[in-house]
Design a protein around this ligand. Structure first.
Ligand code: ATP
Length: 501
């Protein structure tokens, strides 16, 4: 028997097939959108602090990934036999098909979201935390946009799978493309000719949506975005303007103080009964060998690490209490105090999906620190101070390490903190870009800011600091002025060997 081309081509104009195509698009889109949303909540539940919630999420994923969709479809469609009250909606094939596909796809999509959420680094959460963002704020502004971009190729793939899975809905008599085709060839026995037309409609849907989803993927891919140099800063290139004197030196009251701090990781006691007080306007550098507890100490001051014992005071008001402190149970959540502490990380932790300006304005905008215009112009002034205004429209991946760190400093300054914490700000930089960051920090130090700097840059520490603290094995071995340290170096060979100027 010859292939009947005119019959197949005629089917491409068939109203039944176009209605079925529309139905497949509606069912696929509805199933995909609902599953993407529900899948996200299942993925979040997987990371919940509550064991019961985590268990429910993992049982859901395990069960619905194990169950064939065909079984689920027949089960849901026939549920009214056992529960007649569900008949009013489950006997509608579109609704029972939608429910079955959503139940199954949510389990798969939850795993895609989970993978994407895991790949957003801890540093991104920490950067959100130090800007005073709430947990939901961090999810909304930092994590979800990044996770979505990572997940989108797999989510698009899942949409294509759903389009094809809708052919199974024919078993519950929903007039989708395959069922329309079956009705045709059972009447005229032109199976191959009809199935070519069926294939055409599926390929058409997949091609159209694949193109649209790829365009969306490109749109969300900030790593491919090209940016124009801002006019305002283009002339200024990379040079930093002078940082204004902001804070008067006030030597009396400690700006921040740790009292009897203790911190262990399992059996490893990092420090115990440690005291540290930094006065307003003071610049304190913390130096010491690797593993001496410098980073843990500075991260304990703003709650990035949870202290076991001790209390952190901000302007002499209790701010953070260790887990074992009685006060910890009554201390209110110190959201506003958190904003008093700016932090610059070793690995910058800029938000990769935001421009330079977007990174600097995110905190002030979240905390409503003025109108959008005011926040932007104040952010531009700070970017100019750190010599980064020319790059305001660029994304972090388009900048050198030194430039990224200068933006990170600008982001911290934009919140107008009273104390700036620096955790090894130059350790991740190439030697040629270290100088540009140190220059900005030296200017900040001169402008009278309270700064605590964990650093391995000995020369810098001695030049800019009011006090240098040498830590070893979780203990403060030396705490004094740079001049006192220079004198100590003449006496203490081991210290001199470490500092090695
Ligand atoms: N999250 C963690 N989990 C377990 N142990 C940790 C953790 N963070 C730090 N430590 C341990 O705590 C000790 C102090 O580490 P910390 O990073 O504070 O030292 P450091 O003086 O800053 O070192 P470096 O100069 O190399 O950064 C080390 O023994 C380290 O292995």
């Amino acid at each position: 028997m010859e292939f009947d081309w005119s019959y197949t081509i005629g089917l491409l104009w068939s109203r039944d097939f176009w209605n079925a195509t529309l139905l497949v698009v509606e069912l696929s889109l509805a199933s995909w959108i609902i599953s993407v949303i529900l899948g996200f909540f299942v993925a979040l539940s997987h990371r919940s602090g509550f064991l019961a919630v985590r268990k429910i999420a993992s049982v859901y994923v395990w069960f619905f990934r194990s169950l064939p969709l065909l079984v689920l479809l027949i089960f849901v469609y026939n549920l009214p036999q056992a529960f007649p009250s569900t008949g009013s909606f489950l006997s509608i094939p579109f609704i029972s098909g939608l429910i079955a596909i959503v139940l199954s796809e949510t389990a798969y999509i939850a795993e895609i979201h989970r993978g994407a959420l895991v790949s957003v680094s801890k540093g991104q959460y920490e950067a959100g935390h130090v800007l005073g963002l709430s947990r939901s704020g961090i999810q909304r502004l930092v994590v979800i946009p990044q996770a979505l971009r990572i997940a989108l190729p797999s989510l698009a793939n899942e949409f294509i799978s759903i389009v094809k899975l809708t052919s199974l809905v024919s078993v519950i008599s929903l007039a989708e493309i395959l069922l329309v085709g079956q009705r045709y060839y059972t009447q005229n026995f032109k199976v191959i000719e009809t199935m070519v037309a069926v294939a055409f409609y599926y390929v058409l849907i997949v091609t159209v949506f694949d193109t649209l989803l790829k365009a969306l993927e490109r749109h969300l891919d900030f790593s491919n975005r090209l940016t124009a140099l801002s006019k305002a800063g283009a002339d200024g290139a990379d040079s930093a303007s002078d940082l204004p004197s902001i804070v008067e030196r006030v030597d009396s009251q400690p700006a921040i103080r740790l009292d009897r701090g203790g911190k262990s990781f399992g059996d490893n006691s990092v420090f115990n009964n440690l005291n540290l007080a930094v006065r307003q306007g003071e610049v304190v550098s913390i130096i010491g060998p690797s593993g001496s507890g410098k980073t843990t100490l500075i991260r304990s001051l703003n709650g990035l690490e949870t202290l076991d014992q001790g209390i952190v005071y901000l302007k002499e008001k209790p701010f953070i209490a260790g887990r074992e402190e009685q006060l910890g149970r009554t201390l209110p959540k110190a959201k506003n105090e958190m904003l008093e502490l700016g932090m610059v990380f070793q690995s910058f932790n800029l938000f990769p999906h935001k421009t330079v300006l977007g990174n600097v304005t995110l905190g002030p905008r979240y905390h409503n620190r003025g109108s959008v215009g005011e926040i932007r112009s104040s952010a531009r002034a700070i970017l100019s101070q750190v010599g980064m205004l020319a790059h305001e429209n660029k994304y972090p991946h388009q900048l050198s390490g030194g430039q990224q760190q200068r933006v990170a400093i600008a982001r911290a300054l934009a919140m107008k903190p009273s104390v700036l914490l620096f955790d090894e700000p130059t350790s991740a930089l190439d030697p040629e870009t270290v100088g540009e960051v140190l220059r900005i920090m030296a200017d900040l130090a001169k402008s009278g800011r309270t700064m605590i700097i964990v650093t391995h840059e000995m020369k810098f520490a001695l030049e800019v600091s009011d006090r240098v603290i040498f830590m070893e094995g979780g203990k403060v071995i030396f705490d004094g002025s740079p001049n006192a340290l220079r004198e100590e170096l003449l006496r203490d060979v081991r210290l001199a060997d470490f500092v090695r100027l």
